[in-house]
Design a protein. Structure first.
Length: 238
């Protein structure tokens, strides 16, 4: 950056600009460290409503300034049932079992949210488009090395990762009734899950509200009456 002002003025200007950037960094760090809201999604890979939620709604966490205040967690197990002989039955068949493990591996191998979310979002988009068999093209589309994930889901490592998510899902209280099952700071949103931004904004305790919280009007369903407009995949009990 050029400067034809006196040296002292130049130095002060640079310090001012530097301070401005530092202040922004501090604000982001404060939101990250002290005020982040935990948003957890319990889901299964081939439930169409989970896929739609990930592709069409949940992306707002990364595409708006909500990313500065939200700790997004994805838990790929959903309504899968374990059997006494140590196998499990996925609600939407064997492909779902495979993709649940693939997505569990991706979360573990790429802990950076932007990386694993975009990969999972790519898989779910193919599911919505009826192109499930093309999911492996997501590696190339995103410039990701397929080997770590392939090695993971083809070995016991992937199974063990998904079983951890099974244990976590089983510990939910109250138990999940369907997927997508969304929690904000460990409180289930139940049928109001698509209104998650309103709950995140209400839970956020930082001084600077994200612009996403003021961009439009949000309403939280306080009636206790389920909103049946939001389709779900119900859990099987018994």
């Amino acid at each position: 950056m050029g400067c034809d002002k006196p040296v002292l003025a130049c130095v002060l200007l640079l310090l001012s600009v530097s301070s401005s950037y530092a202040s922004s960094d501090v604000d982001a760090a404060m939101a990250s460290d002290d005020y982040k809201v935990t948003l957890s999604l319990y889901y299964e890979s081939l439930c169409p409503y989970c896929a739609g939620f990930i592709v069409n709604q949940l992306r707002d966490v990364l595409e708006t300034d909500l990313r500065n205040v939200v700790n997004l967690r994805l838990v790929p197990w959903g309504n899968t049932q374990r059997t006494p002989n140590h196998t499990w039955i996925c609600q939407h068949g064997r492909d779902e079992c495979v993709l649940n493990v693939v997505e569990a591996c991706a979360i573990n191998i790429w802990p950076d949210l932007a990386t694993h979310f975009k990969f999972i979002q790519c898989i779910e988009r193919f599911e919505l488009e009826g192109k499930r068999a093309q999911w492996q093209s997501c590696f190339g589309a995103l410039g990701l090395n397929p080997k770590p994930v392939t090695d993971c889901y083809n070995t016991r490592a992937g199974v063990d990762l998904d079983l951890r998510y099974a244990d976590e899902t089983d510990r939910l209280r109250p138990p999940h009734r369907f997927v997508p099952w969304v929690l904000v700071n460990n409180k289930p949103l139940a049928e109001d899950y698509q209104n998650f931004i309103a709950y995140v904004c209400k839970a956020y305790r930082g001084s600077n509200k994200p612009k996403a919280c003021t961009a439009r009007r949000f309403e939280i369903n306080l009636s206790g009456i389920p909103d049946t407009r939001h389709p779900v995949c119900y859990a099987r009990r018994g």
